[in-house]
Design a protein around this ligand. Structure first.
Ligand code: GLU
Length: 365
């Protein structure tokens, strides 16, 4: 296993296999795998489904497919049960993040999610993410946790995505109807033919089926994140993974995650402002791989909010030396430029970050 940071998505069928509350049946082995990864120095973020299934029995309902508000109430009560169920398998603390697509599309919220994840991982905590089902209306919703997991992999700069469900991977035909169906171990290009093999979900508990898993894989590999679809109900799958083998379907990343991210920062993300730096900051960024601190900032041009991209300019030569995602709006930056990081709270009354642009969010040109 040569990844550094992975997002592991666990489907409802594993959290609540009987669709009747939470079960530890499969989670014990998954938690064991996560712990082994953490002990090997890898960072893990869990995206867990199952809150609706976990709360199903606790909310009265008469139809097999409950109404949206009924499901939201199930998710609300089930989320507690699901989190408690996970925590009992870990010695490390677990934390809960409930997010929506609306949150991930909003620049300021996006950077808040990113900062929170960074700090949780630095403190050896296992972040557990789910969609905030209570507030998510259709346009705010990701809708399924497979695609949510891909977006979490992007926001957290992961280099690997594992999608665990109760199927072994992608088959060339439907294995439930064709005993001759073959598992496809490796997919290097996601074509219409691959989607056609997926077919819709037939599981009453799961939301997405194979199609959303392939959509998630497509998003991830485009961004340099290697993706696996695996059977999380089989113990031998975890043993194989730990040996570095591929027991399911692997989607090859198009390039490395770092390269994809730098490319995105450099070429796709439009800069909304310019931040002029003194000699010390220019040197620290170019020669020492440093993050940008407020003390090195001379001047700010343009209008931007936190989470937008800015050009970093050498105030002396007027050359653009780097580009990065700024933790502060231009209005706040004007007030803290030149100061020490420890003074940010006194000046602004809050301090979401001691650095203005984190090194991971910067590309030197
Ligand atoms: N957020 C939903 C839940 O926790 C799951 C969505 C999905 O399974 O994709 O039940």
């Amino acid at each position: 296993m040569n990844f550094k940071r992975a997002v592991i998505k666990v489907g409802s069928a594993l959290v609540s296999p009987e669709n009747k509350g939470c079960s530890g049946k499969y989670l014990l082995a998954i938690a064991g795998f996560i712990t082994e990864c953490q002990q090997a120095g890898k960072e893990i973020i869990l995206v867990s489904s199952g809150s609706v299934a976990a709360g199903r029995q606790l909310i009265q309902h008469c139809s097999l497919i409950p109404s949206i508000p009924t499901k939201q109430a199930m998710a609300s009560v089930g989320q507690m049960q699901m989190m408690a169920n996970w925590q009992r398998f870990f010695d490390v603390p677990c934390s809960q993040l409930l997010i929506t697509h609306g949150d991930l599309k909003d620049r300021e919220r996006y950077i808040n999610i990113k900062n929170t994840l960074r700090i949780l991982l630095n403190n050896n905590i296992l972040p557990i993410v789910n969609e905030n089902d209570t507030v998510a209306t259709d346009e705010l919703k990701v809708g399924d946790n497979d695609n949510l997991a891909a977006l979490v992999a992007l926001v957290s700069d992961a280099d690997c995505l594992f999608i665990f469900s109760d199927v072994d991977g992608v088959y060339d035909q439907d294995p439930r109807h064709n005993p001759a169906a073959k598992l496809i171990p490796e997919i290097s290009e996601i074509t219409d033919e691959i989607y056609a093999m997926a077919g819709p979900t037939t599981n009453a508990i799961a939301t997405g089926g194979m199609t959303t898993k392939i959509q998630a894989a497509e998003k991830a590999v485009e961004n340099g994140i290697e993706t696996y679809i695996l059977n999380g109900s089989r113990n031998d799958v975890f043993e194989s993974l730990l040996k570095g083998e591929n027991p399911g379907t692997r989607f090859r990343a198009k390039q490395t995650a770092t390269k994809a991210r730098k490319h995105w920062l450099k070429h796709t993300l439009k800069s909304s402002g310019k931040v002029y730096l003194d000699k010390g900051a220019v040197n620290a960024i170019i020669n020492q791989g440093a993050s940008l601190l407020p003390s090195g900032i001379n001047e700010i041009l343009g209008k931007f909010i936190a989470g937008e991209s800015v050009d970093l300019v050498n105030a002396n030569s007027k050359q653009v030396i780097a580009k990065g995602i700024c933790q502060y709006s231009q209005q706040d930056l004007l007030r803290i430029k030149g100061c020490n990081s420890n003074e940010i709270t006194d000046i602004l009354g809050f301090c979401p970050s001691k650095v203005i642009i984190h090194r991971d969010d910067m590309v030197v040109l």
